[in-house]
Design a protein around this ligand. Structure first.
Ligand code: SER
Length: 320
């Protein structure tokens, strides 16, 4: 990787991944792009930044050509809850955005990172120790675009030799940019509510167990996968990875170790609950461990400690 393009660079993953790439590969070598002309975060100050709608293939080509990019981290997409409210737009952004990236990569000889998700699984998938290769019949539009994306990335590798690689992320917990409308967002929102109000109204049932990961591990995973010798990869795209697996009730108990007066009530959102109920509770990530040495640093306890510290500072509050 020498010149790296990041789509969706103002998003929850993009902000931190772009910063990590900049630290490692040099600020001038990471071209951040996003749908907004003026990103709210520090992205625009620290990096070359271009406004890009990923559905605009000529604009994407122009940026790749101008900066002579050799790698694309394609993060731009609509998340699960937003996708259910505007399915046609989600299909357009998630699928046409990806095919534009893959075509640009094919014609300009770029490697591509594509994040899939636990959303690529469905109710018929085994939910415990979800195998790397298993039944995938997602019921959400988001999940359908993720499975299709996994298959398209495989297709571009097998037919054109494009160096596509990817992961199935679990719910991602972070403290820089907020997630943009996903089913697992409760695991981020809960920290802001705990620090600000000592109370949170949770939209998932107390016993809804889902795979999760802290953002520093998610960023390391993406970079490590793109750096590894490609001869080691058997799966290439859509590696299961996980770091922890918990319910809202268990997360609440961990937060209460620091904020004993924190309370949670449950106001279930049927749409998000149905999506969550169809996703894995714990994925088997042994293929990622064996093929490229995946290992998470953060578990629930260390993630909660760090999240509370960071958000307390961010909101200028006190923990006790
Ligand atoms: N965090 C995503 C969502 O909830 C899953 O990939 O939509």
């Amino acid at each position: 990787m020498n010149k790296i393009l990041v789509t969706g660079a103002s998003g929850q993953v993009g902000v931190e991944l772009a910063q990590a790439l900049r630290d490692k590969y040099g600020a001038g070598n990471v071209i951040a792009t996003g749908y907004n002309s003026r990103p709210a975060s520090e992205v625009a100050q620290n990096y070359p930044y271009c406004r890009l709608d990923v559905r605009d293939a000529p604009a994407l080509n122009q940026i790749v050509e101008h900066y002579q990019c050799d790698t694309i981290f394609h993060l731009a997409s609509l998340l699960s809850v937003v996708a259910e409210t505007k399915p046609l737009e989600a299909w357009d952004i998630n699928m046409n955005g990806l095919i534009n990236v893959l075509e640009t990569a094919r014609t300009h000889n770029c490697a591509v990172f594509f994040p899939s998700s636990i959303g690529a699984f469905g109710p018929e998938t085994p939910s415990f120790n979800t195998p790397q290769d298993t039944i995938q019949r997602p019921k959400s539009l988001y999940g359908i675009t993720k499975v299709s994306g996994e298959l398209l990335c495989d297709y571009y590798f097998h037919h054109y030799g494009v160096d596509t690689r990817g992961l199935r992320y679990p719910g991602l917990i972070s403290n820089k940019a907020l997630p943009g409308g996903g089913t697992t967002d409760y695991a981020v929102d809960i920290f802001y509510a705990a620090v600000k109000n000592r109370h949170y109204d949770c939209f998932l049932r107390a016993d809804t167990q889902l795979d999760m990961m802290y953002m520093p591990d998610a960023v390391t995973a993406a970079i490590t996968l793109m750096e590894v010798d490609s001869a080691k990869l058997k799966h290439r795209n859509a590696f299961n990875i996980t770091a922890m697996s918990f319910t809202p009730e268990q997360l609440t108990a961990e937060i209460q170790k620091y904020l004993s007066d924190f309370t949670v009530s449950y106001r279930i959102d049927p749409v998000r609950q149905a999506i969550a109920d169809s996703w894995p509770r714990h994925m088997d990530d042994s293929a990622a461990r064996a093929e490229w040495g995946w290992e998470a640093k953060y578990d629930m306890a260390t993630m909660v400690k760090d999240m509370l510290e960071q958000i307390t500072v961010k909101l200028n509050k006190k923990l006790r």
